[in-house]
Design a protein around this ligand. Structure first.
Ligand code: TRP
Ligand code: SF4
Length: 333
């Protein structure tokens, strides 16, 4: 029996290099060996974007196409839409009795996000909704509704997984051994830095290269990337280790990396030429991904079918699991 993997992505924008190296490459490796459920978490996306449903709706297909473009195989991965599985919402309600409000407020991921919102909206957190505070509960339902055993996530998500395990233990101790405690699969690649040198590449940080960026956009973005600030003239020697351009040469495995490094250190390469080389290599790197994506852009009905089929399989699995859960809770009337 293959183990079950479940992971989710919020459909709030296209995938960027951070997603690809931080998560996508891991999914590609895992898709062969597991029963893989990939949730397009529209309900979770709405906790932050309830006033912008159009954005969430549009990005369901966008993100699915991005995932297909990087090489995920719909025969192996069940892509499904969270809102099409009402069992998840049902389970969220049941779990909401098993977790205290203060525990949710202390969850480091939630705490961070609340701090960011306070900064953004400049109030004392009055804008925090019940739904937002509860999204870790809903995420626990996402995972356990499918009996998810392995959950590939970035390290920022670990507190959410810990919260899920607590809910599972609480559930099992009250209603009898029913649910499995999921384990995290930490990404083997590290977090990808942004064009501005920020530790994290992020859409909201405005420092990301998206897989769908066209050549002009890539060119502009790379031309603006942070280089060694001590290099003023073209032939000044510099330190590639503090340069984002070098960082991306390395990230996408430029076979010419040694030369880039030694020429930079010797002052034998100008930053503009170095950026031009990266632009070319970046375009080459993204080309097969864009070609694969085009197949789906030209045939959007293929994407609909993939989501429909994956959702059907996910629904069957969730229905099965909910039977066990309702029985354990003695509400299987
Ligand atoms: N919270 C995750 C994120 O923001 C997305 C997500 C939703 C998820 N449901 C999940 C991740 C279930 C893992 C398992 O990236
Ligand atoms: Fe960065 Fe290249 Fe300039 Fe060196 S030459 S600082 S690696 S852009």
């Amino acid at each position: 029996m293959k183990k079950t993997i479940l992971t989710g992505l919020r459909p709030t924008g296209n995938l960027h290099l951070g997603h690809y190296f931080g998560a996508g490459k891991n999914y590609l490796k895992m898709q062969n060996d597991y029963d893989f459920y990939l949730e397009i978490a529209d309900v979770q996306a709405l906790t932050d974007n309830f006033d912008n449903p159009e954005k969430v709706r549009k990005n369901i297909k966008e993100i699915t196409m991005d995932l297909l473009a990087i090489g995920l195989d719909p025969e192996k991965v069940n892509f499904f839409i969270q809102s099409k599985i009402p069992e998840i919402a049902e389970l969220t309600v049941f779990y909401s009795n098993l977790v205290t409000v203060s525990r949710l407020q202390r969850n480091p991921t939630v705490k961070n996000e609340i701090a960011q919102k306070k900064e953004l909206f400049g109030n004392n957190g009055e804008s925090i909704t019940y739904g937002f505070l509860g999204y870790p509960v809903s995420q626990a339902a996402d995972i356990t509704c499918f009996n998810g055993e392995l959950v590939p996530v970035g390290d920022d998500q670990l507190p959410l997984l810990e919260q899920c395990r607590e809910i599972v233990r609480k559930f099992n101790s009250i209603y009898g051994e029913t649910l499995k405690e999921p384990e995290q699969v930490l990404s083997t690649t590290t977090r990808v830095k942004g064009l501005d040198g920020n530790e994290k590449m992020g859409k909201s940080l405005g420092n990301a290269i998206f897989l769908v960026d066209d050549e002009d956009t890539i060119s502009k973005k790379i031309m603006g990337a942070i280089t060694d600030p001590n290099k003023i003239k073209k032939d000044d020697p510099a330190d590639p280790d503090v340069c984002m351009v070098y960082y991306y040469h390395k990230l996408i495995d430029n076979p010419n990396l040694e030369t880039v490094c030694s020429e930079c250190k010797k002052g034998a390469r100008g930053c503009v030429a170095c950026k031009r080389e990266l632009i070319e290599k970046m375009n080459e790197f993204l080309k097969p991904i864009k070609e694969e994506r085009k197949k789906y852009e030209d045939n959007p009905e293929l994407v609909d079918k993939i989501l429909e089929d994956g959702t059907k399989k996910a629904k069957a699995k969730a229905e099965e699991q909910m039977k066990n859960i309702r029985k354990a809770m003695k509400i299987d009337y």
